[in-house]
Write a protein that binds this ligand. Sequence first.
Ligand SMILES: NC(=O)NCCC[C@H](N)C(=O)O
Length: 409
Amino acid sequence: MTAPCSVTSEVGRLRTVLLHRPGAELRRLTPRNNDQLLFDGVPWVDRAQEEHDAFAQALTDRGVEVLHLDRLLAEVLSFPSARTELISAAVDDPRLGATLQRSTTAHLSDMDPEVLANTLIAGLAHDELRGGKGLAYEVMDRGDFVVPPLPNLLFTRDSSVWVADEVAVTSLAMPARHRESTITAAVYAHHPRFAGVEQLYGARLEHLEGGDVLLLAAGVVAVGVGERTTPGGAERLARRLFARRLAHTVLVVPIAQQRATMHLDTIATMVDVDAMVMYPAVADSLVAWTVTAPDGSPAHPADDADTTELAVSGPQPFLTAAAAAMGIDRLRVIDTGLDPVTAEREQWDDGNNTLALAPRLAVAYERNTVTNAALEAAGIEVVRIAGSELGSGRGGPRCMSCPVARDQV
Ligand SMILES: NC(=O)NCCC[C@H](N)C(=O)O
């Protein structure tokens, strides 16, 4: 039986998850474009696929239903409205100009759903466009893409996030990732699996990325604000969560605006109902602003959500604010690494970026040996996966997964 779509915590038993197996889009990465496409190197694609298959297998072995984004996409592309939406999004690029937009639209429109899904993900290189013509096409660098690839689709965490039974399609900050959320938006809007699901956020709103959103407990949502999510994104999400009664408290957590800490989930993730693995260098300095809906403010229907009042207090130390909002005495912290250098290395290699399958059971990259040992010493069972190639995109098990259904805790 399929579990109903609903996620109210980071650690409730995981029932259904959305993954994306990396494919041809990773073969587009070269030393010329990897920085712009947000990879730290040029991955060995076959090995990355093996690593991802092993990750997916580890989840299915533990009873988790794995949904594959490329398959859902191919399925929705048999619907004309979804095709039109996604082809328009693919050519909505000022680099192209009207003539090239028209020929690219015609080229994509001829494709069957499967080929179109692959092309929307892997992109379209200059020499792959049949009948390409016009000034922009002629002048464009031959090594450039008419439709750029989406190698970061692998990190399904960032382009959508579920809060209870609604989904926030996010607004990704980096140009290389903008188009990802047009894909998640179309899948949630058109796929029968998600019929009736409300979308509580949208791709054209203030920047907000799923890696910054942590469901600390039912009704308590932490939102990191830094390189990716903006204060405005956190504010709008808070309003919408309160208006829809999906949360009572949002903790807004400033994080350093740098690649190593691009999302809140690169420095801290939940591994139990009252425990996080956290980068020690930030544990004492991390603060949170506590945002709540003023008492008695009415629930709004969706379209009025942006007028909801907010009450703001703080900043307070994050761990204090989080424990208070969660209604617990203390939020336990398990350190990444033991000494500062090991901690810095293991944080960079996504040691903090664990995916909880249940309370005290988490998937982690095997390479972070010291952090994994600390987790085990604290009573957390660790499911180790290889990630030498997957990690070149700078994301770990949490980044590579979007939980769709979890049991309540
Ligand atoms: N939640 C995450 O931290 N996601 C990892 C995203 C990595 C990707 N290469 C990016 O820079 O956006």
